[in-house]
Design a protein around this ligand. Structure first.
Ligand code: SAM
Ligand code: SF4
Length: 333
């Protein structure tokens, strides 16, 4: 029966990882992610928390064992803990890991609830520890809140990985200090290359920084030892011998990681994107709002496996628009 069959695509990749966006809204406005006056999705188009739960459970029935909640900012979705608790109850019943990616603005409020619901680790996005640069990059004052949120997560027993977008002439010079700070506090840190998703103000290429160049620069400060890939994802990890901590590199533009891709993404309106860098899409909301949601959802997931592309085709170049019109805050990071 297709309702319980594992999700395997045409290239024999088993899909076990769902990134689920619960909102496209956000309490920050990171310059590389969205414009100041971001046009958010109409609320009626966004899945209800109940629909998100049915959807997630439909995926779990098909062998999805890891769910990451994202956005936009997942913690600005009203009553999001209702969904977190419901999915937390699936841990051990097919679901192995429930996690989320957050900007940490609301984390001090939610850290303990997340831990109580069964979340063990989270990703926090932080590009700088300089208050002025934070305000410039996010267009909001919030660094103190974010650092407080990270401390609260640690105190609640959550493992925190820091994600940092590497930005030429912005946080470029601060990266070694960020790595030292993260490792001193027991956090892994992953560096991310800017991806050409959605229109933003300014030319993204101005701040594009190749992680190959970042790694070369870091090797002047640190001894980096390659580690075997343990996540099955696009990160490549090294150990920083001087700190003993782990450092990851996510470079979709300069490195191809598609062969081992095990994931799909679903937007807050229930659009499944089979690839972050592609337009292949299946409407799960239509299935969810039909007379036979479970059966239609299972069919839609079969379709998704048929259209998942072999690899992405990102490019970032001067004078070109975004490779894809949708913003990262829509598909989720
Ligand atoms: N608001 C949450 C946060 O910032 O962690 C979750 C959603 S955010 C879209 C997820 C990740 O995507 C963040 O680490 C962010 O830095 C990253 N991101 C956003 N736009 C990006 C872009 N154009 N290229 C690369 N990373 C991007
Ligand atoms: Fe919001 Fe995350 Fe995008 Fe920043 S990266 S604007 S925190 S969704």
């Amino acid at each position: 029966m297709t309702q319980h069959a594992p999700l395997i695509d045409r290239f024999d990749r088993r899909v076990t990882y769902l990134r689920l966006s619960v909102t496209d809204r956000c309490d920050l406005r990171c310059t590389y992610c969205m414009p100041e006056r971001m046009q958010f999705l109409p609320k009626a188009d966004v899945l209800s928390l109940e629909e998100l739960e049915v959807l997630a459970k439909g995926f779990i029935a098909r062998g999805i064992s890891k769910i990451r909640l994202t956005g936009g900012e997942p913690l600005v979705r009203r009553d999001v803990m209702q969904l977190v608790r419901a999915l937390g109850r699936e841990l051990g019943n097919g679901l192995d890991e429930l996690t989320l990616t957050t900007n940490a603005m609301q984390l001090a409020t939610y850290a303990e609830y997340l831990a109580a619901a069964g979340v063990e680790r989270i990703n926090v996005s932080l590009d700088t520890r300089d208050p002025a640069l934070f305000a410039q990059l996010t267009r909001r004052d919030g660094l103190e809140r974010v650092l407080h949120g990270i401390a609260a997560a640690r105190a609640a027993g959550l493992r925190v990985k820091i994600n940092t977008v590497a930005l030429k002439d912005q946080n470029e010079g601060e990266i070694p200090a960020l790595i030292r700070w993260a490792h001193e506090h027991g956090h892994d840190l992953t560096l991310i290359e800017v991806m050409p998703l959605g229109e933003v103000e300014g030319e993204r290429v101005d701040h594009f920084l190749s992680l190959t160049a970042v790694r070369a620069a870091l090797e002047k400060h640190f001894t980096l030892t390659d580690l075997p890939d343990s996540t099955g994802g696009p990160s490549r990890y090294v150990r920083v011998e001087e700190t003993g901590g782990r450092l990851g590199f996510i470079s979709p533009l300069t490195n191809n990681f598609c062969a081992g891709c095990n994931r799909v993404r679903v937007t807050a309106t229930g659009q499944l994107y089979a690839c972050l860098g592609g337009a292949e899409q299946v409407d799960l909301r239509e299935a969810l709002r039909s007379d036979a949601p479970e059966a239609r959802l299972a069919e839609a997931l079969d379709t998704a496996m048929q259209i998942k592309p072999e690899r992405h085709h990102f490019r970032i170049a001067e004078g070109e628009g975004p490779a894809l019109a949708r913003h990262m805050s829509v598909t989720g990071g």
